[in-house]
Ligand binder design. Sequence first.
Ligand code: ZN
Ligand code: ZN
Length: 254
Amino acid sequence: MSPIRPIPGYLVAGAKHLLQDFLPPYCLVCRQRCTQLTPLCVHCLDKVDLNLYPCPRCALPSGKMRSGCKCASQRTFLDSLSVPLLYTDVLRQLIYQWKFRGRVELTQTLVNLACQEKTPASIEGRTGPVDLVVPVGMHWRARLKRGFNQSHLLALALSSTLACPTKPPVKALLKAASRSTSQHALSRTDRLENALQQFSVKQNLKSHRILLVDDVMTTGATMENAAWALREAGARRVHGWCLARSIEPGGAGV
Ligand SMILES: [Zn+2]
Ligand SMILES: [Zn+2]
């Protein structure tokens, strides 16, 4: 047996928290010293891009294009879609720290960034009353590996902030299925059917109005599949909310 034992993770995390209380804060992105109590310095905060002119169907920042967005012919199971930030530079680095480095304390910072003055302050002001906030599901193996479902954290923070004045409860209703069949081996019709079965809902939603929450949207396929599963379970309305829209193919989400 090796004479050197690894230091348990909880001790390392505890030591880090203690140090953070005594050391001056540093910007999580550029590592410059911060004078404020946010994890970003003023320069980096300024570089978080708001999605000011999103297409109402796909949320790409193409809302000002005269020719209209290419997505116009695509079907959607969402009644509305809100994606307040763009997945660029500074936000991408912040989300990396949050999602892949376990900095779960950044959840509220991210929601606050999404609910800034320049973006609509109240989600329900746009969607009407919401009965439930439902995070996009994560397969249990992936959740075990990461230790948390980032969409669930977002849903909890959203529900308790000004974004949802009625404070609807958060329920993890979407169960993510494991894909046993390779998509390549299927016909196009079977492929679409297989994709739609990405999530299942065990509860009868009896005409509920739902706010569906995810972190980063790239193609919108995950949101559509989740919205389809909620509608199959009886949801009357499904409004989508994602933190950030990727504007490059192959971003962090789907
Ligand atoms: Zn900075
Ligand atoms: Zn569009």
